[in-house]
Design a protein around this ligand. Structure first.
Ligand SMILES: *Cc1c(COP(=O)(O)O)cnc(C)c1O
Length: 400
């Protein structure tokens, strides 16, 4: 047995796909220390810098003092503390929905949602770049899993046409902001295609909440689309700075999920302190548009800086806090990540199976917590790198 795993690990190492954990010793805003060295981080999904805010910390501490830490049981047994109900109310109102349901993580929300809605005889039609949790939820659901080319409406129509007479119900699944590419799905066209074929649209807006839209409510708000036309899910672990997944929609949908979603029923409720922190995070997003303005001015600064580096081709399609630079092979991405690391920047390489073969990349994420000097120092580092690394594919490949 031991040899088997050692062999497998050796294989991953040779392919440049072996994964290791770095040990973060401390964090202060966008600065983290690892092995006694300080790094400027451009890889967190804490887009508004809320994870360390006093409001979240205080909300959690107060709730711990009042209720203790662990919830002690599943929510349907005796784990449903007031922090849950308050959070779900605020979430639903913020998303413009009647009701919402909080799961322990976004991953579990997707498992629960897809396995509850879709079953044998249905087709789940996923964008090719959908997150692993959506693929896993689809696989577990026993519905047929179909894929369409990334954000390609013609291809979506082709799949819908093929599927329309073969399956009981059709579900289209897309992300609002794609997690590894940072581009925004063409949601109006996806909904139009769905309407034409009687397919419902499920939107995973993990990276849209707090980032997109007039009030930060996410991708539907960005497009001015009524949330009633969608089944919405998202996570509290990114811009909200906390932990937990959610589904928002009609009261009937939420009632049904509460009764059927196995990843909701058969697991212990999150500690109430976590929900109190999430609620505080949402409140900050709602009450401080300045946070979002600062984030967007940082995004623009980084994109403009990258665009000025001649050898570096940055896509125009990235339109969020996620700005990927494709390196190609896993080894090239790793190498570039290591060299940024040596200069004090933390930007891990993203490799298969997280992204397709040949599309390994550095995934830069920007936060409202970065200051202009942080952004400028990264741009400067990238500039000094480019001549050295032009032998790597990174500086010659276009993003897709
Ligand atoms: C992060 C992410 C999830 C999972 O959310 P967690 O709360 O981290 O489990 C789901 N979907 C997408 C698109 C994500 O990026």
């Amino acid at each position: 047995m031991k040899e088997l795993f050692a062999d497998e690990c050796g294989k991953l190492k040779r392919q440049g796909l072996f994964r290791e954990l770095s040990n973060l010793e401390s964090r202060s805003g966008t600065r983290v220390s690892i092995d006694g060295k300080e790094f400027l981080s451009f890889c967190s999904n804490d887009y508004l810098g809320l994870a360390e805010s006093d409001a979240l910390k205080q909300a959690a501490i107060q709730t711990i003092n009042e209720y203790g830490f662990g919830s002690g049981s599943a929510r349907l047994i005796c784990g449903n503390f007031p922090a849950y109900t308050r959070l779900e109310k605020r979430l639903a109102a913020f998303k413009g929905c009647r009701a919402s349901l909080v799961f322990s993580t976004g991953y579990m929300a997707n498992l629960g949602l897809l396995t509850t809605l879709a079953g044998k005889g249905d087709a789940l039609i996923l964008d090719r770049l959908c997150h692993a949790s959506l693929i896993d939820g689809a696989s577990l659901s026993r519905a047929t899993l179909l894929r369409y080319k990334h954000s390609d409406i013609a291809d979506l129509n082709r799949v819908l046409e093929l599927a329309k007479s073969k399956y009981r119900r059709l579900w289209i699944v897309t992300e609002g902001v794609f997690s590894m590419d940072g581009d925004i799905a063409p949601l109006p066209e996806i909904l139009e295609a769905g309407d034409r074929y009687g397919a419902r649209v499920i939107l995973d807006d993990a990276h849209g909440l707090g980032v997109l839209g007039e009030t930060g409510a996410g991708t539907p708000e960005f497009y001015g689309i009524s949330p009633e036309r969608l089944i919405l899910m998202g996570t509290l672990s990114k811009a909200v700075g906390s932990l937990g997944g959610y589904v928002a929609g009609s009261q009937a949908l939420i009632d049904y999920l509460r009764n059927k979603a196995r990843s909701f029923i058969y697991t212990t409720a999150l500690p109430p302190a976590v929900c109190a922190a999430s609620e505080a995070g949402l409140k900050l997003i709602e009450e401080n548009p300045d946070l979002r303005n600062r984030l967007w001015s940082n995004i623009e600064r980084l994109k403009q800086g990258f665009n000025k580096i001649e050898e570096l081709t940055v896509t125009d399609s990235a339109n969020s806090a996620i700005i990927p630079v494709i390196a190609g092979e896993a080894a090239a991405a790793l190498d570039f990540s290591h060299r940024l690391y040596e200069r004090g920047f933390l930007v891990p390489a993203i490799r298969p199976p997280t992204v397709p073969q040949g599309k390994s990349r550095l995934r830069f994420t920007v936060s409202a917590g970065h200051c202009q000097a942080d952004i400028d120092s990264l741009i400067k580092a990238m500039q000094t790198f480019s001549p050295v690394s032009s032998e790597h594919s990174m500086f010659r490949q276009n993003l897709t």
